[in-house]
Design a protein around this ligand. Structure first.
Ligand code: SF4
Ligand code: SF4
Ligand code: SF4
Length: 248
C-alpha cells in the first residue's frame, strides 16, 4: 500500500561480525540511550524494576549455545536490528505511508505522526525487527541513527550509529553497501558476509560475518557443521539461524 523506491542512491547499513561479538549488550544500551534521548518519542519501559519487566528496544542481542556433533559447545551471540531491506515488506504493507524507504540512502524509517499503530508492518517483517511502543502506541525500529550520521553538531568520529561507536570489540561496522569499494563492502567480500534468511526475498542491506574457525590445532571450527555454504534452501549456519529466529 506504500511504494518503495525502485533504486536508492546509496545502501547505508550495518555489517555485524559474529566472530568478534562477545554478547556484552553495550550496543543495546547505547541504542536505547541515544534513541530515548533524541529522535522521536522515547523508547518506553513497563515495570522496569518489577517481576515481569518489558520495554521497547531497537536492537537486541540473542545468545545461543551451539552443540556441534563433536567438540565442546560454543556460545554464539547474535545482535538483531532492522536490516533496511531493499524489498521491505514492512513498507509496502503500511496503509498510511508512515513506513518508508529513503531514496538518498536506503534507510527505512517510520514517520511517527502518520503511524496509526495498526501493527501490520511488524507482522510483515520476517526478522521481528519492529517493536510497538506500549506507551506511545507507535511503531519503533532501528533508524540507522539518522540523527547522528548526518549531524554536523557532532565531532566527525561520532557521526556513526551509536551502537557502532560503542561496541568494545569492533564487531559493528557502518557504511555504504551499495559501493563495492567501500570498507564495509570489502569486509563482506573478504569474510564471506551473509544475508539473513535470503529465501524471504527481502534483500536485506545489513550483512553478517560468520564466526571464524576456533580450533587452532585442526583449523576446524566447532561451528563447521553449521557453516556450510547456502544453496537454494537455507542450510548450515543460516538454517540454524532460521530455526533460532522462529523460536523468538
Ligand atoms: S556491543 Fe559489540 S560485542 Fe557487545 S553485544 Fe553489541 S555487537 Fe556484540
Ligand atoms: S528488517 Fe523488517 S523492519 Fe527492517 S526493512 Fe526489513 S522487513 Fe522492514
Ligand atoms: S543504528 Fe542506531 S538505531 Fe539502529 S541499532 Fe544501531 S544504535 Fe540502534
Amino acid at each position: 500500500m506504500t511504494d518503495l523506491p525502485e533504486t536508492t542512491d546509496r545502501k547505508m547499513g550495518l555489517v555485524i561480525d559474529l566472530d568478534t561479538c562477545v554478547g556484552c549488550h553495550a550496543c543495546v544500551i547505547s541504542c536505547k540511550g541515544w534513541n530515548t534521548e533524541n529522535y522521536g518519542a522515547p523508547l518506553s519501559d513497563q515495570e522496569p524494576y518489577g517481576a515481569d519487566p518489558s520495554g521497547t528496544f531497537l536492537n537486541r542481542v540473542h545468545s545461543y549455545e551451539v552443540q556441534p556433533e563433536t567438540g565442546p559447545a560454543q556460545l554464539v551471540h547474535f545482535p538483531k536490528s532492522c536490516l533496511h531491506c531493499e524489498d521491505a515488506p514492512c513498507v509496502t504493507v503500511c496503509p498510511t505511508g508512515a513506513s518508508y524507504k529513503r531514496t538518498e540512502d536506503g534507510i527505512v524509517l517510520v514517520n511517527e505522526s502518520d503511524c496509526i499503530g495498526c501493527g501490520l508492518c511488524a507482522w510483515a517483517c520476517p526478522y521481528g525487527a519492529r517493536e510497538m511502543d506500549a506507551a506511545e502506541g507507535v511503531m519503533k525500529k532501528c533508524t540507522l541513527c539518522v540523527d547522528r550520521i548526518y549531524n554536523d553538531n557532532l565531532p566527525e568520529e561520532d557521526r556513526v550509529p551509536a551502537c557502532v561507536r560503542t561496541c568494545p570489540s569492533g564487531a559493528r561496522h557502518f557504511g555504504d553497501l551499495g559501493d563495492p569499494d567501500s570498507a564495509v563492502s570489502q569486509l563482506v567480500a573478504e569474510r564471506g558476509g551473509m544475508d539473513l534468511m535470503p529465501e524471504q526475498g527481502t534483500k536485506p542491506v545489513n550483512k553478517y560475518l560468520p564466526p571464524r574457525p576456533r580450533d587452532r590445532w585442526t583449523d576446524q571450527s566447532v561451528l563447521a557443521p553449521f557453516l556450510e555454504p547456502v544453496a537454494e534452501e537455507p542450510r548450515g549456519f543460516l538454517a540454524w539461524l532460521d530455526r533460532a529466529l522462529e523460536t523468538l
